[in-house]
Design a protein around this ligand. Structure first.
Ligand SMILES: NC(=O)c1ccc[n+]([C@@H]2O[C@H](COP(=O)([O-])OP(=O)(O)OC[C@H]3O[C@@H](n4cnc5c(N)ncnc54)[C@H](OP(=O)(O)O)[C@@H]3O)[C@@H](O)[C@H]2O)c1
Length: 412
């Protein structure tokens, strides 16, 4: 594509406006936004009214639009816009992780059938260029693990709690006020946003396509002062960590769980709306990518990069998919965890050797549990208001609450 690209943009919120700013300052890209689809035409806008439409067909039916950039907050409407565009041979750039993760196999098939390209770098970890890096740079590497802090708003909240002693509620309000939280904050703090990104990243890292609903995710919404005290007593911070790990037998484990991290951990100093991705591979060893995971300009910059890639006809080849023979998704993984509740715990299916401690008005236990078991009892854990977090093995052995009675050992 070596002519000036005509863009039909959907969405003029945080990211749509960010893209507009970024695009208007980019010097070497031949691209122009010809129309902007929004939901509420009566809203005051910073651009001339003639640029906006409330009718999606005005963009989708316009043969002069080469590229549709989809940046709306409604995942179902986004699915219709993206699939219709691909079927009409229009290239698409999207930032919508929820929509991409839920429909990835179909979106790959549509690209193959209609020849149009779908790029979504901005969908995973904002400004960190992880998807194209996994697809191209790590093309032939033997990847062991990709893990990270994939959600800027929950990381912002955790940073405020641990660095400034803010309450959870105040930190959440600040995150919303600064526009880091998504339209519905439960997606962020419940871990669902990270889970969608993990599903996308697993497809490009390992070539496996797993529907997000099959992946265990536990958020920070049940975090209580006892958990914060426990972390501080043991010199930990808490981070919400998404992890795709290849096991020896060719299985891939995926999870999103809060994690206790100590000062030597790379995630310890990743603060506020920053995201981080750690890639561990056989030859390149460990590499860390850190950057802003949210906000109009950083996310707009990732969208710009995709638009630019389309000018040289770039498309994801899903290279790992053909190399994924023998790899399969598995929840058969033993995790070292801490589970705290202020009411009765559900039957956990514990691995012998658990430790249980009681403190005023609640209790926590720490020990090992299978990921598959966590997946089965997630609803019961949530109903009990439980907070769940993982340790690395060495950390688990040493961590204990100094204010809790640690005498009881529970074996079920
Ligand atoms: N915010 C971030 O930092 C960030 C980072 C990475 C990825 N993303 C993703 O980027 C996308 C946009 O997020 P955002 O934060 O920019 O959202 P936002 O600020 O809430 O803006 C949403 C925009 O979508 C429009 N919209 C909603 N439903 C629509 C529909 N059915 N048809 C047409 N337009 C519709 C809204 O129109 P009105 O203006 O008329 O209300 C608004 O302009 C989402 O998929 C999000 O997950 C966001």
């Amino acid at each position: 594509m070596n002519k000036k690209i005509k863009i039909g943009l959907f969405g003029f919120g945080c990211v749509g406006q960010g893209l507009y700013r970024v695009l208007s300052q980019a010097q070497h890209i031949q691209a122009e936004i010809v129309k902007i689809g929004v939901k509420d035409l009566s809203k005051p806008r910073t651009l001339p009214a003639h640029l906006f439409t409330g009718n999606a067909a005005e963009i989708l039916d316009d043969p002069s639009v080469d590229v549709v950039v989809e940046l709306i907050s409604d995942a179902e409407a986004a699915y219709d816009i993206v699939t219709t565009s691909l079927k009409r041979g229009k290239h698409v750039v999207t930032a919508n992780k929820k929509m991409v993760a839920a429909h990835l196999p179909e979106l790959v098939a549509l690209q193959e059938e209609y020849g149009a390209s779908l790029l979504y770098e901005a969908s995973s970890c904002g400004s960190i260029p992880i998807i194209r890096t996994l697809e191209e740079y790590y093309d032939n590497e033997l990847l062991h693990e990709v893990k990270g802090i994939f959600n800027g708003s929950s990381n912002f909240i955790l940073s405020k709690i641990f660095n400034e002693n803010l309450s959870y509620a105040t930190a959440l309000k600040q995150a919303q006020g600064l526009g880091f939280a998504e339209a519905d904050p439960t997606l962020d703090i419940g871990g669902y946003d990270s889970r969608s990104k993990l599903a996308i990243i697993a497809a490009h890292a390992f070539g496996i396509f797993v529907h997000p609903e099959e992946i265990f995710c536990y958020g920070i919404d049940n975090l209580k002062q006892q958990d914060i005290d426990f972390a501080k007593e043991n010199n930990f911070k808490i981070r919400l960590v998404a992890r795709a790990q290849k096991r020896a037998a060719g299985s891939i484990n995926l999870s999103v769980i809060p994690q206790f991290v100590k000062s030597t951990d790379k995630f310890y100093s990743v603060e506020n709306e920053y995201n981080a991705v750690l890639v561990e591979a056989a030859f390149s060893d460990q590499q860390a990518f850190i950057g802003k995971g949210a906000g109009g300009n950083p996310t707009g910059s990732a969208v710009l990069s995709d638009i630019s890639a389309l000018t040289y006809d770039y498309r994801y080849e899903y290279k790992k998919k053909s190399k994924a023979a023998g790899l399969s998704y598995s929840t058969d993984q033993l995790l070292e965890v801490y589970i705290r509740t202020n009411s009765a715990l559900p039957e956990l299916g514990l691995v012998p050797g658990w430790e249980s401690s009681h403190f005023n008005g609640g209790s926590y236990i720490k020990g090992k549990i299978l990921l598959s078991r966590l997946l089965n009892i997630k609803q019961a854990l949530q109903q009990a208001g439980a907070f769940v977090a993982t340790f690395s093995e060495a950390e688990a052995i040493n961590a204990e609450s100094k204010t809790a009675d640690t005498k009881t050992v529970v074996i079920i």
